[in-house]
Design a binder for this molecule. Structure first.
Ligand SMILES: NC(=O)c1ccc[n+]([C@@H]2O[C@H](COP(=O)([O-])OP(=O)(O)OC[C@H]3O[C@@H](n4cnc5c(N)ncnc54)[C@H](O)[C@@H]3O)[C@@H](O)[C@H]2O)c1
Length: 415
Protein backbone atom coordinates (compact mmCIF):
# COMPACT_ATOMS: atom_id res chain seq x y z
CA UNK A 1 0.00 0.00 0.00
CA UNK A 2 1.34 3.40 -0.88
CA UNK A 3 2.10 5.63 2.06
CA UNK A 4 -0.21 8.58 1.48
CA UNK A 5 -0.05 10.15 4.90
CA UNK A 6 3.59 10.73 5.59
CA UNK A 7 5.38 13.20 3.43
CA UNK A 8 8.98 13.89 4.33
CA UNK A 9 8.23 17.23 5.93
CA UNK A 10 5.97 15.47 8.42
CA UNK A 11 8.30 12.54 8.80
CA UNK A 12 11.25 14.69 9.74
CA UNK A 13 8.98 16.76 11.90
CA UNK A 14 8.56 20.47 12.49
CA UNK A 15 11.58 22.59 11.64
CA UNK A 16 12.36 20.77 8.39
CA UNK A 17 9.12 22.02 6.90
CA UNK A 18 10.12 25.54 7.83
CA UNK A 19 13.53 25.11 6.24
CA UNK A 20 15.28 24.55 9.57
CA UNK A 21 17.52 21.61 10.44
CA UNK A 22 16.02 18.12 10.33
CA UNK A 23 14.89 16.73 13.69
CA UNK A 24 14.09 13.14 14.45
CA UNK A 25 11.97 11.99 17.38
CA UNK A 26 12.85 8.55 18.74
CA UNK A 27 10.56 6.75 21.16
CA UNK A 28 12.41 4.67 23.77
CA UNK A 29 10.40 1.82 25.28
CA UNK A 30 13.03 0.33 27.62
CA UNK A 31 16.09 1.53 29.45
CA UNK A 32 18.79 1.75 26.77
CA UNK A 33 22.49 2.12 27.59
CA UNK A 34 23.33 5.87 27.72
CA UNK A 35 26.37 5.29 25.50
CA UNK A 36 23.97 3.98 22.85
CA UNK A 37 21.64 6.97 23.17
CA UNK A 38 24.62 9.31 22.81
CA UNK A 39 24.98 8.09 19.23
CA UNK A 40 21.83 10.09 18.43
CA UNK A 41 23.09 13.65 18.83
CA UNK A 42 20.86 16.07 20.72
CA UNK A 43 21.11 18.75 18.04
CA UNK A 44 19.23 16.49 15.65
CA UNK A 45 17.44 13.92 17.80
CA UNK A 46 14.81 14.12 20.52
CA UNK A 47 14.92 10.80 22.34
CA UNK A 48 12.54 9.83 25.12
CA UNK A 49 9.51 7.99 26.45
CA UNK A 50 7.12 10.78 25.54
CA UNK A 51 7.71 11.99 22.03
CA UNK A 52 4.57 12.91 20.08
CA UNK A 53 5.65 11.97 16.53
CA UNK A 54 8.34 9.29 16.70
CA UNK A 55 10.02 8.34 13.45
CA UNK A 56 11.77 5.46 15.18
CA UNK A 57 11.40 3.21 18.22
CA UNK A 58 14.24 1.83 20.33
CA UNK A 59 13.28 -1.25 22.31
CA UNK A 60 14.84 -4.07 24.29
CA UNK A 61 12.33 -6.55 25.69
CA UNK A 62 9.05 -4.55 25.74
CA UNK A 63 6.30 -6.47 23.97
CA UNK A 64 5.17 -4.36 21.00
CA UNK A 65 2.61 -6.82 19.64
CA UNK A 66 -0.33 -5.17 21.35
CA UNK A 67 1.05 -1.65 20.94
CA UNK A 68 -0.57 0.86 18.64
CA UNK A 69 2.60 1.75 16.74
CA UNK A 70 2.19 5.32 15.46
CA UNK A 71 1.95 5.79 11.69
CA UNK A 72 4.89 8.20 11.93
CA UNK A 73 7.26 5.31 12.81
CA UNK A 74 9.67 4.51 9.97
CA UNK A 75 12.12 2.19 11.73
CA UNK A 76 12.37 0.00 14.82
CA UNK A 77 15.64 -0.82 16.54
CA UNK A 78 15.89 -3.79 18.89
CA UNK A 79 18.92 -3.49 21.19
CA UNK A 80 19.48 -7.25 21.19
CA UNK A 81 19.32 -10.21 18.87
CA UNK A 82 15.79 -11.72 18.98
CA UNK A 83 12.90 -9.75 17.49
CA UNK A 84 9.96 -11.89 18.62
CA UNK A 85 8.65 -9.04 20.80
CA UNK A 86 8.13 -6.96 17.64
CA UNK A 87 5.35 -7.42 15.04
CA UNK A 88 7.83 -7.82 12.20
CA UNK A 89 5.28 -8.90 9.56
CA UNK A 90 3.04 -5.92 10.28
CA UNK A 91 6.06 -3.62 10.04
CA UNK A 92 7.09 -5.20 6.72
CA UNK A 93 3.60 -4.48 5.38
CA UNK A 94 4.19 -0.82 6.26
CA UNK A 95 7.64 -0.81 4.68
CA UNK A 96 9.27 -0.37 8.10
CA UNK A 97 12.58 -2.13 8.74
CA UNK A 98 13.22 -3.84 12.08
CA UNK A 99 16.89 -3.64 13.05
CA UNK A 100 18.68 -5.81 15.59
CA UNK A 101 22.21 -6.21 16.90
CA UNK A 102 23.49 -9.62 15.84
CA UNK A 103 26.67 -10.67 17.57
CA UNK A 104 26.76 -7.70 19.94
CA UNK A 105 26.28 -10.03 22.89
CA UNK A 106 28.27 -12.96 21.51
CA UNK A 107 31.32 -12.44 23.70
CA UNK A 108 29.13 -12.31 26.81
CA UNK A 109 27.55 -15.65 25.90
CA UNK A 110 30.94 -17.18 25.02
CA UNK A 111 32.35 -16.29 28.43
CA UNK A 112 29.36 -17.85 30.18
CA UNK A 113 29.77 -21.04 28.15
CA UNK A 114 33.38 -21.24 29.33
CA UNK A 115 32.17 -20.70 32.90
CA UNK A 116 29.54 -23.42 32.36
CA UNK A 117 32.15 -25.94 31.25
CA UNK A 118 34.33 -25.11 34.25
CA UNK A 119 31.38 -25.30 36.63
CA UNK A 120 30.66 -28.80 35.37
CA UNK A 121 34.22 -30.13 35.06
CA UNK A 122 35.32 -28.91 38.49
CA UNK A 123 32.06 -29.69 40.34
CA UNK A 124 31.92 -26.07 41.42
CA UNK A 125 28.19 -25.86 42.10
CA UNK A 126 28.11 -28.67 44.72
CA UNK A 127 31.48 -27.51 46.05
CA UNK A 128 30.06 -24.04 46.70
CA UNK A 129 27.01 -25.57 48.35
CA UNK A 130 29.28 -27.71 50.55
CA UNK A 131 31.26 -24.69 51.72
CA UNK A 132 28.13 -22.60 52.29
CA UNK A 133 26.75 -25.38 54.51
CA UNK A 134 29.86 -25.60 56.72
CA UNK A 135 29.34 -24.36 60.25
CA UNK A 136 31.72 -21.40 60.65
CA UNK A 137 31.68 -21.80 64.44
CA UNK A 138 33.25 -25.26 64.21
CA UNK A 139 36.80 -25.19 65.61
CA UNK A 140 38.08 -27.67 63.01
CA UNK A 141 36.61 -26.18 59.84
CA UNK A 142 39.93 -26.72 58.05
CA UNK A 143 39.66 -30.44 58.68
CA UNK A 144 36.11 -30.54 57.36
CA UNK A 145 37.25 -28.74 54.21
CA UNK A 146 40.10 -31.17 53.61
CA UNK A 147 37.84 -34.18 54.15
CA UNK A 148 35.00 -32.81 52.08
CA UNK A 149 36.99 -31.73 49.04
CA UNK A 150 37.56 -35.30 47.86
CA UNK A 151 33.97 -35.43 46.72
CA UNK A 152 34.53 -32.57 44.27
CA UNK A 153 37.68 -33.62 42.44
CA UNK A 154 37.22 -32.78 38.77
CA UNK A 155 39.03 -32.86 35.48
CA UNK A 156 40.63 -30.31 33.15
CA UNK A 157 39.23 -28.97 29.91
CA UNK A 158 42.49 -29.30 27.97
CA UNK A 159 42.40 -32.48 25.90
CA UNK A 160 38.60 -32.84 26.11
CA UNK A 161 36.49 -32.76 22.96
CA UNK A 162 34.01 -29.91 22.67
CA UNK A 163 31.18 -30.33 20.18
CA UNK A 164 29.52 -27.15 18.92
CA UNK A 165 26.18 -27.19 17.14
CA UNK A 166 25.68 -23.83 15.41
CA UNK A 167 28.77 -21.95 14.24
CA UNK A 168 27.40 -18.43 14.09
CA UNK A 169 28.55 -15.42 16.09
CA UNK A 170 28.58 -17.22 19.45
CA UNK A 171 29.61 -20.68 18.22
CA UNK A 172 32.69 -19.32 16.41
CA UNK A 173 33.87 -17.39 19.47
CA UNK A 174 33.37 -20.48 21.65
CA UNK A 175 35.33 -22.59 19.16
CA UNK A 176 38.22 -20.12 19.18
CA UNK A 177 38.33 -19.92 22.99
CA UNK A 178 38.11 -23.69 23.39
CA UNK A 179 41.01 -24.24 20.97
CA UNK A 180 43.05 -21.75 23.01
CA UNK A 181 42.21 -23.75 26.15
CA UNK A 182 43.66 -26.86 24.52
CA UNK A 183 40.36 -28.53 23.69
CA UNK A 184 39.68 -30.55 20.57
CA UNK A 185 36.73 -28.94 18.76
CA UNK A 186 34.17 -30.60 16.53
CA UNK A 187 31.55 -28.37 14.90
CA UNK A 188 28.37 -28.65 12.85
CA UNK A 189 26.44 -25.96 11.01
CA UNK A 190 24.57 -26.76 7.78
CA UNK A 191 24.23 -23.07 6.88
CA UNK A 192 27.56 -21.66 8.00
CA UNK A 193 28.28 -18.24 6.48
CA UNK A 194 31.44 -17.42 4.59
CA UNK A 195 32.41 -14.89 7.29
CA UNK A 196 31.94 -17.47 10.03
CA UNK A 197 33.93 -20.07 8.12
CA UNK A 198 36.78 -17.59 7.74
CA UNK A 199 36.76 -16.75 11.44
CA UNK A 200 36.93 -20.37 12.60
CA UNK A 201 40.32 -21.68 13.71
CA UNK A 202 41.71 -24.21 11.24
CA UNK A 203 41.86 -26.84 13.99
CA UNK A 204 38.07 -27.07 14.24
CA UNK A 205 36.96 -30.40 12.80
CA UNK A 206 33.79 -30.51 10.75
CA UNK A 207 30.99 -32.93 11.64
CA UNK A 208 28.34 -34.05 9.16
CA UNK A 209 25.40 -33.80 11.56
CA UNK A 210 24.35 -32.71 15.03
CA UNK A 211 24.02 -36.41 15.94
CA UNK A 212 27.69 -36.93 15.07
CA UNK A 213 28.68 -34.05 17.35
CA UNK A 214 26.61 -35.45 20.20
CA UNK A 215 28.07 -38.92 19.72
CA UNK A 216 31.76 -37.95 19.77
CA UNK A 217 32.10 -35.04 22.19
CA UNK A 218 32.76 -34.83 25.94
CA UNK A 219 31.03 -31.44 26.06
CA UNK A 220 28.32 -30.38 23.64
CA UNK A 221 27.26 -26.74 23.42
CA UNK A 222 24.30 -25.49 21.36
CA UNK A 223 24.31 -22.14 19.55
CA UNK A 224 21.42 -22.31 17.12
CA UNK A 225 18.30 -20.14 16.87
CA UNK A 226 15.02 -21.68 17.98
CA UNK A 227 13.13 -22.39 14.75
CA UNK A 228 10.98 -25.33 13.68
CA UNK A 229 14.06 -27.23 12.45
CA UNK A 230 15.95 -26.81 15.73
CA UNK A 231 13.13 -27.51 18.20
CA UNK A 232 14.07 -30.64 20.17
CA UNK A 233 17.40 -30.73 18.33
CA UNK A 234 18.62 -32.70 21.34
CA UNK A 235 16.09 -35.46 21.86
CA UNK A 236 15.68 -38.97 23.27
CA UNK A 237 17.26 -40.59 20.20
CA UNK A 238 20.47 -38.61 19.98
CA UNK A 239 21.02 -37.87 23.69
CA UNK A 240 21.17 -41.62 24.26
CA UNK A 241 24.12 -41.77 21.82
CA UNK A 242 26.24 -39.33 23.84
CA UNK A 243 29.45 -40.47 25.52
CA UNK A 244 29.13 -41.70 29.12
CA UNK A 245 29.78 -38.78 31.46
CA UNK A 246 29.16 -36.16 28.74
CA UNK A 247 28.11 -32.60 29.59
CA UNK A 248 25.43 -30.78 27.61
CA UNK A 249 25.34 -26.96 27.61
CA UNK A 250 22.39 -24.96 26.36
CA UNK A 251 22.81 -21.20 26.17
CA UNK A 252 20.70 -21.06 23.04
CA UNK A 253 16.97 -21.35 23.73
CA UNK A 254 14.95 -23.63 26.02
CA UNK A 255 13.05 -25.39 23.20
CA UNK A 256 16.20 -26.53 21.41
CA UNK A 257 16.49 -29.29 24.00
CA UNK A 258 13.82 -31.83 24.85
CA UNK A 259 13.82 -31.44 28.61
CA UNK A 260 12.24 -34.83 29.39
CA UNK A 261 14.86 -36.62 27.27
CA UNK A 262 17.68 -34.77 28.99
CA UNK A 263 16.29 -35.52 32.46
CA UNK A 264 16.03 -39.21 31.54
CA UNK A 265 19.63 -39.20 30.26
CA UNK A 266 20.79 -37.55 33.48
CA UNK A 267 19.06 -40.21 35.59
CA UNK A 268 19.95 -43.33 33.59
CA UNK A 269 23.00 -42.10 31.66
CA UNK A 270 24.87 -41.26 29.60
CA UNK A 271 24.65 -37.58 30.57
CA UNK A 272 26.57 -36.41 33.65
CA UNK A 273 25.50 -32.78 33.70
CA UNK A 274 23.17 -30.32 31.97
CA UNK A 275 24.22 -26.67 32.12
CA UNK A 276 21.65 -24.21 30.84
CA UNK A 277 20.41 -20.65 30.92
CA UNK A 278 16.76 -21.70 31.23
CA UNK A 279 15.56 -22.86 34.65
CA UNK A 280 12.25 -24.72 34.85
CA UNK A 281 10.20 -26.48 37.50
CA UNK A 282 11.42 -29.87 36.28
CA UNK A 283 15.09 -28.90 36.18
CA UNK A 284 15.23 -26.89 39.36
CA UNK A 285 17.13 -28.52 42.23
CA UNK A 286 18.03 -31.53 40.10
CA UNK A 287 21.45 -32.59 41.36
CA UNK A 288 22.97 -32.84 37.88
CA UNK A 289 21.54 -29.63 36.49
CA UNK A 290 23.25 -26.24 36.67
CA UNK A 291 20.64 -23.68 35.66
CA UNK A 292 21.37 -19.97 35.39
CA UNK A 293 18.68 -17.27 35.24
CA UNK A 294 19.09 -16.37 31.53
CA UNK A 295 22.36 -14.53 32.11
CA UNK A 296 23.89 -15.15 28.67
CA UNK A 297 23.76 -11.57 27.44
CA UNK A 298 23.59 -9.89 30.83
CA UNK A 299 26.82 -7.95 30.93
CA UNK A 300 27.19 -4.19 30.85
CA UNK A 301 29.41 -4.55 27.79
CA UNK A 302 26.83 -6.57 25.84
CA UNK A 303 24.04 -4.15 26.69
CA UNK A 304 26.20 -1.25 25.60
CA UNK A 305 27.36 -3.00 22.40
CA UNK A 306 23.75 -3.73 21.45
CA UNK A 307 22.60 -0.16 22.13
CA UNK A 308 25.49 1.43 20.23
CA UNK A 309 25.12 -0.91 17.27
CA UNK A 310 21.39 -0.48 16.89
CA UNK A 311 21.47 3.31 17.45
CA UNK A 312 24.11 3.65 14.71
CA UNK A 313 22.03 1.51 12.36
CA UNK A 314 18.88 3.54 13.06
CA UNK A 315 20.69 6.81 12.48
CA UNK A 316 22.22 5.61 9.25
CA UNK A 317 18.78 4.52 8.06
CA UNK A 318 16.96 7.68 9.12
CA UNK A 319 19.53 10.03 7.61
CA UNK A 320 20.83 8.06 4.62
CA UNK A 321 18.40 5.19 4.05
CA UNK A 322 21.21 2.65 4.57
CA UNK A 323 20.01 -0.76 5.79
CA UNK A 324 22.40 -2.88 7.84
CA UNK A 325 21.14 -5.70 10.05
CA UNK A 326 17.42 -5.44 9.46
CA UNK A 327 15.60 -8.74 9.89
CA UNK A 328 13.00 -7.95 7.22
CA UNK A 329 14.91 -5.83 4.67
CA UNK A 330 17.81 -6.58 2.34
CA UNK A 331 21.24 -5.23 3.21
CA UNK A 332 21.58 -1.99 1.24
CA UNK A 333 24.47 0.44 1.47
CA UNK A 334 25.33 3.23 -0.94
CA UNK A 335 27.83 6.04 -0.36
CA UNK A 336 26.31 9.49 -0.78
CA UNK A 337 27.26 11.09 -4.05
CA UNK A 338 24.45 13.60 -4.13
CA UNK A 339 22.58 15.70 -1.59
CA UNK A 340 19.23 14.41 -2.89
CA UNK A 341 18.33 10.85 -2.01
CA UNK A 342 15.07 8.93 -2.19
CA UNK A 343 14.53 5.64 -0.34
CA UNK A 344 11.72 3.36 -1.46
CA UNK A 345 10.47 0.09 0.01
CA UNK A 346 8.13 -1.95 -2.15
CA UNK A 347 6.72 -5.41 -2.65
CA UNK A 348 9.22 -7.58 -4.50
CA UNK A 349 7.25 -7.94 -7.74
CA UNK A 350 8.29 -7.26 -11.36
CA UNK A 351 8.59 -3.82 -12.92
CA UNK A 352 8.56 -1.69 -9.74
CA UNK A 353 12.03 -0.35 -10.45
CA UNK A 354 10.98 0.57 -13.99
CA UNK A 355 7.95 2.46 -12.71
CA UNK A 356 9.99 4.29 -10.08
CA UNK A 357 12.66 5.41 -12.55
CA UNK A 358 9.99 6.43 -15.08
CA UNK A 359 8.32 8.62 -12.45
CA UNK A 360 11.67 10.30 -11.84
CA UNK A 361 12.54 10.66 -15.52
CA UNK A 362 9.10 12.17 -16.23
CA UNK A 363 9.92 14.85 -13.64
CA UNK A 364 13.21 15.62 -15.40
CA UNK A 365 15.31 14.13 -12.60
CA UNK A 366 18.71 12.74 -13.53
CA UNK A 367 19.55 9.56 -11.59
CA UNK A 368 23.13 9.85 -10.40
CA UNK A 369 23.40 6.52 -8.61
CA UNK A 370 21.01 3.77 -7.63
CA UNK A 371 20.96 0.48 -5.79
CA UNK A 372 18.07 -1.98 -5.64
CA UNK A 373 18.01 -5.19 -3.66
CA UNK A 374 15.40 -7.65 -2.53
CA UNK A 375 14.98 -10.13 0.27
CA UNK A 376 12.00 -12.43 0.26
CA UNK A 377 8.92 -10.33 -0.40
CA UNK A 378 10.65 -7.01 0.30
CA UNK A 379 12.51 -4.88 -2.22
CA UNK A 380 14.37 -1.72 -1.32
CA UNK A 381 15.82 0.99 -3.53
CA UNK A 382 18.09 3.94 -2.86
CA UNK A 383 18.25 6.56 -5.59
CA UNK A 384 20.57 9.58 -5.62
CA UNK A 385 19.46 12.28 -8.02
CA UNK A 386 21.24 15.42 -9.19
CA UNK A 387 18.61 17.95 -8.12
CA UNK A 388 15.96 18.49 -5.47
CA UNK A 389 12.85 16.29 -5.63
CA UNK A 390 9.48 17.99 -5.59
CA UNK A 391 6.79 16.57 -3.26
CA UNK A 392 4.57 15.79 -6.28
CA UNK A 393 7.21 13.38 -7.63
CA UNK A 394 7.33 11.57 -4.31
CA UNK A 395 3.53 11.38 -4.32
CA UNK A 396 3.63 9.85 -7.80
CA UNK A 397 6.02 7.15 -6.55
CA UNK A 398 3.85 6.55 -3.50
CA UNK A 399 0.90 6.02 -5.83
CA UNK A 400 2.60 3.08 -7.60
CA UNK A 401 0.86 -0.15 -6.60
CA UNK A 402 3.05 -2.21 -4.26
CA UNK A 403 5.08 0.74 -2.97
CA UNK A 404 5.13 0.50 0.82
CA UNK A 405 7.07 3.56 1.85
CA UNK A 406 8.87 6.49 0.25
CA UNK A 407 11.28 8.75 2.09
CA UNK A 408 13.07 11.80 0.80
CA UNK A 409 16.46 12.17 2.46
CA UNK A 410 18.12 15.43 1.56
CA UNK A 411 21.67 15.57 2.88
CA UNK A 412 21.42 16.51 6.59
CA UNK A 413 23.09 19.78 7.38
CA UNK A 414 26.34 19.41 9.25
CA UNK A 415 25.99 20.91 12.73
N1 LIG B 1 21.40 -17.11 26.61
C1 LIG B 1 21.30 -15.91 26.10
O1 LIG B 1 21.08 -14.94 26.79
C2 LIG B 1 21.50 -15.74 24.61
C3 LIG B 1 22.14 -14.58 24.16
C4 LIG B 1 22.37 -14.46 22.79
C5 LIG B 1 21.93 -15.44 21.92
N2 LIG B 1 21.26 -16.52 22.41
C6 LIG B 1 20.78 -17.56 21.51
O2 LIG B 1 21.89 -18.10 20.84
C7 LIG B 1 21.57 -18.30 19.46
C8 LIG B 1 22.85 -18.18 18.66
O3 LIG B 1 23.33 -16.84 18.73
P1 LIG B 1 24.32 -16.28 17.60
O4 LIG B 1 24.51 -14.84 17.90
O5 LIG B 1 25.50 -17.16 17.49
O6 LIG B 1 23.40 -16.44 16.31
P2 LIG B 1 23.88 -16.59 14.79
O7 LIG B 1 22.69 -16.31 13.98
O8 LIG B 1 25.12 -15.80 14.55
O9 LIG B 1 24.27 -18.13 14.66
C9 LIG B 1 23.33 -19.17 14.64
C10 LIG B 1 23.92 -20.27 13.79
O10 LIG B 1 23.10 -21.43 13.91
C11 LIG B 1 23.17 -22.08 12.66
N3 LIG B 1 22.10 -23.06 12.53
C12 LIG B 1 20.80 -22.85 12.20
N4 LIG B 1 20.14 -24.03 12.19
C13 LIG B 1 21.05 -24.99 12.52
C14 LIG B 1 20.97 -26.39 12.68
N5 LIG B 1 19.82 -27.05 12.48
N6 LIG B 1 22.09 -27.07 13.03
C15 LIG B 1 23.25 -26.41 13.24
N7 LIG B 1 23.39 -25.07 13.09
C16 LIG B 1 22.29 -24.38 12.73
C17 LIG B 1 23.08 -20.95 11.65
O11 LIG B 1 23.55 -21.35 10.37
C18 LIG B 1 23.98 -19.91 12.29
O12 LIG B 1 25.31 -20.03 11.82
C19 LIG B 1 20.56 -17.19 19.17
O13 LIG B 1 19.69 -17.55 18.12
C20 LIG B 1 19.81 -17.04 20.46
O14 LIG B 1 18.68 -17.91 20.42
C21 LIG B 1 21.05 -16.70 23.73
Amino acid sequence: MADETLGPSRLESGPAAAGGPLRYEVLVLNQISPNGLKRLPADRYTVGKDVPHPVAVLVRSADMHAMDIPASVRAIGRAGAGTNNIPVDAMSARGVPVFNAPGANANAVKELVLAGMLLAARNLAPALRFVAALDPTLPDMDKAVEEGKKAFAGYELAGQTLGIVGLGKVGCLVADAAIKLGMDVLGFDPHITVDAAWSLPAQVRRAASAAEVLKHADFVTLHVPLVAATRDLVNADNVAQMKPGAVLLNFSREGVVNEAAVLAALSAGPLACYVCDFPSAALNRHGKVIALPHLGASTREAEENCAVMVADQLRNYLEHGVVVNAVNFPHVEMARESAYRVAIANANVPNKLGQISTAMANAGLNIHNMVNKSRGEMAYTLVDVDSAVEPAVLDNIRAIAGVLSVRYLPQPETP
